[in-house]
Design a protein around this ligand. Structure first.
Ligand code: UDP
Length: 193
């Protein structure tokens, strides 16, 4: 997979469709994959915090979310041509899940936000199976892991803010049957609005 480096931070040079094609084969091989959004602010944070850099660089796809990444690529003669935003990636993944018959799970945000995001997205994607959800303030992590596994979801969207959500994914992915993880920050707030 083609990547470019910005101050030591990996960024994938891939379009939405290339990521979805790649994910389709990784899922069929039983591999887990993680999607993380990268913007100039995160590149700066990563250079102050080695854990953040590690979380970004060990993700499967680092999507260039933010026009700043495209401009930076232009300046250094790189190949990033267009933004791949976290919210749009999530939408593409939801459509992909509906088409492929994969269940999805939402974890994060306030109860009224995540439940309303679920309701609105079910209206928008009638064939999508939202297998379950949990707000981002639960204290019982083991119960949450069990709930996600029991739902049978293959895709999990985690909205706890960055880098909390990426850290949660790293610590819990080995206990989950989920194949695709995306940290989505404030996206449930966007979809519920
Ligand atoms: N959040 C959460 N649990 C926490 C902290 C934050 O569920 O312990 C949620 C919060 O309600 C909001 C989202 O995480 O919906 C944070 O979104 P923000 O826009 O701050 O994230 P960013 O995209 O800036 O990383």
């Amino acid at each position: 997979m083609k990547k470019e480096q910005y101050l030591g931070v990996n960024v994938s040079v891939m379009t939405y469709d290339e990521i979805l094609d790649d994910l389709r084969s990784r899922i069929s091989e039983g591999k887990q994959s993680t999607v993380i959004a990268v913007n100039p602010e995160k590149v700066i944070t990563a250079n102050k915090n080695p854990l953040v850099k590690e979380l970004i660089n060990e993700s499967t796809y680092q999507i260039p979310d933010g026009i700043g990444m495209i401009l930076a690529s232009k300046v250094k003669g790189g190949s990033l041509k267009e933004r791949v935003t976290g919210v749009d990636m999530m939408e593409r993944l939801l459509r992909f899940a509906a088409e492929e018959g994969h269940g999805v799970f939402f974890y994060g945000a306030k109860e009224e936000v995540v439940s309303e995001a679920k309701r609105k997205l079910e209206e928008r994607f009638p064939t999508l199976n939202i297998a379950g959800y949990e707000n981002g303030y639960t204290k019982d992590n083991q119960a949450l892991v069990d709930k996600i596994n029991a739902s049978g979801a293959k895709l999990l969207f985690v909205a706890l803010g960055s880098p909390k959500q990426e850290l949660w994914i790293k610590e819990n992915m080995k206990h989950l049957n989920v194949k695709v993880f995306q940290g989505v920050g404030g996206s449930f707030d966007v979809f519920s609005g």
